[in-house]
Design a protein around this ligand. Structure first.
Ligand code: UDP
Length: 479
């Protein structure tokens, strides 16, 4: 085999939103750790997010442990206050494509020592384009679920076969047959929201991109999943992309590799974490609390928030609802009048706590008192729940969330998929089903998944092996 001679220098560049930054930072730490010092790592953060990361997380002190690691920052092309105002991810992607791209190219040229491998977020197409223009090998990291990646890849075929567009509400349960590996469970209802024609995401652009991707040569691909979770779909993906590294769940992988060190769950939060969630959980009985959180990007309408609130109260179960500031009732036209005051200012009484703020989610899910998770099914949240052995109720909003919730409910049987019906009676029924009636059944499934997730990242496990391969390949790129 060829021997690596030069210094390996990897540049990691995420889309600057929480879920992407979190998983790519975990990858950065894994490479710094498992690469045994043989790999230099530069993490390229947006200026805006970097300020927040330094302010609210332990990233700066953590990464001081790795002499071959450095942060660099770059302009994300948006005015500084945009992110706090709930801008759309599509706006961010657009701004970066036009404004960040040339700056990125210049800084890549100037990096010293020269970058030998770019690991770019697959959501930012320009990263791989610029790297290829400069002749630098690159690997795409998709932080989304494997199934969603795969559906997008097959979008042109779905359309060509006449399986899209969806013909109204009565057509929603029709099966989709054109995505290999998903035939037994994928319905129109589980396709990304932009396939419904009611989202403002640029569908046409996505289809054009999917067409281009399906005709482009296969590229090296990193996925935050593991064989035992996504086996059948991963087998299909690997057929098309032979260099696929399935190295997840990344947070558990990192935890496992850091096991011998004084590991504490690393934080990469872009908001201030409220420890009061944990102190409240300390006072609750084991397995009794439903944790409610809809992630870092979603925006909830007033009427939906009220249905959830009423359903949760009527279920009489204990719950902890952490609401990201500004994420409920964010625009006048969405109808902000008469919001329950508990959802605006927070409350702590009896068997419930509502916190308007940001939770240390991994720790919350790992807390003994938590027995269920009402989630939007972002891929990080889904993986975090799987690893913590916490069954889910899924209320998806957009992107991969529709199909993730189907996988949780139908494929993994780790919870209930509530999608499309936001009604207080449904909420009440599902909460009781998850937390009381089917608690043991879901619990058994959850324990089995935890075991498989942990096995995959142990020495000899599937994700462990894929990470070793990735490191080997990165080193070879600098040979
Ligand atoms: N998160 C957190 N505290 C919160 C809400 C979210 O730490 O109060 C973290 C969560 O643990 C996850 C990430 O933010 O790692 C959200 O990513 P995900 O892919 O689940 O959803 P997104 O926010 O991208 O929709």
């Amino acid at each position: 085999m060829e021997q690596a001679t030069a210094i390996s220098h990897v540049l990691i560049f995420p889309l600057p939103v929480q879920g992407h930054v979190t998983s790519m930072l975990k990858l950065a730490e894994l490479l710094s750790l498992a690469g045994g010092g043989g790999i230099r790592v530069t993490f390229l953060n947006s200026d805006y997010n970097h300020k927040r990361l330094i302010q609210f997380s332990d990233a700066e002190s953590r990464f001081r442990n790795y002499p071959a690691f450095q942060f660099k920052t770059i302009d994300d092309g948006l005015p500084m206050d945009q992110l706090t105002k709930g801008h759309k991810v599509s706006e961010l992607v657009g701004a970066m494509g036009s404004k960040t791209r040339p700056v990125f190219k210049d800084s890549l040229v100037q990096m010293d020592p020269p970058v030998t491998c770019v690991i770019g977020d697959g959501a930012l197409g320009f990263i791989s384009e610029v790297s290829l223009e400069l002749g630098i090998p690159n690997i795409r990291f998709r932080t989304i679920s494997t199934c969603f990646f795969w559906i997008n890849f097959w979008l042109p075929e779905i359309i060509q076969a006449g399986e899209l567009p969806i013909q109204g509400e009565e057509d929603m349960d029709r099966m989709i047959t054109k995505v290999p590996g998903t035939e037994s469970f994928l319905r129109c209802r589980d396709l990304p929201a932009y396939c419904r024609g009611r989202s403002d995401e640029p569908t046409l652009l996505r289809i054009v991109r999917a067409k281009r991707e399906s005709s482009s040569p296969p590229y090296p691909l990193i996925l935050n999943t593991f064989d035992e979770l996504d086996g059948p779909i991963l087998a299909q993906v690997r057929h098309r992309f032979p260099k696929t590294y399935a190295i997840g769940p990344l947070h558990e992988h990192l935890r496992s590799r850091l096991h011998a060190t004084s590991y504490s769950s690393p934080s990469s939060s872009l908001w201030k974490e409220e420890a009061s969630c944990l102190t409240w959980l300390d006072t609750q009985p084991p397995g009794s609390v439903l944790y409610v959180n809809f992630g870092s990007i979603t925006m909830m309408r007033r009427d939906q928030a009220v249905e959830f609130w009423e359903g949760l109260i009527n279920s009489k179960n204990r719950f902890l609802w952490v609401i990201r500031p500004g994420s409920v009732c964010f625009e006048e036209e969405m109808g902000c009048d008469n919001m329950p005051e508990e959802l605006v200012g927070g409350v702590e009484k009896g068997n419930l706590k509502v916190l308007v703020g940001w939770a240390p989610q991994e720790e919350v899910l790992g807390h003994d008192a938590v027995g269920g998770f009402l989630t939007h099914c972002g891929w990080n949240s889904t993986l975090e729940s799987i690893v913590a052995g916490v069954p889910m109720i899924c209320w998806p909003f957009f992107a991969d969330q529709q199909v993730n919730s189907r996988i949780v409910g139908e494929v993994l049987k780790l919870g209930l998929d509530m999608k499309d019906v936001c009604d207080r009676r449904v909420v009440e029924r599902m909460v009781n089903e998850l937390m009381v009636e089917k608690k043991e059944e879901f619990g058994r499934k959850a324990v089995e998944m935890v075991r498989m997730a942990k096995e995959s990242v142990k020495e000899g496990g599937s994700s462990y092996r894929d990470l070793e391969l990735l490191i080997e390949d990165i080193k070879l790129m600098s040979a």
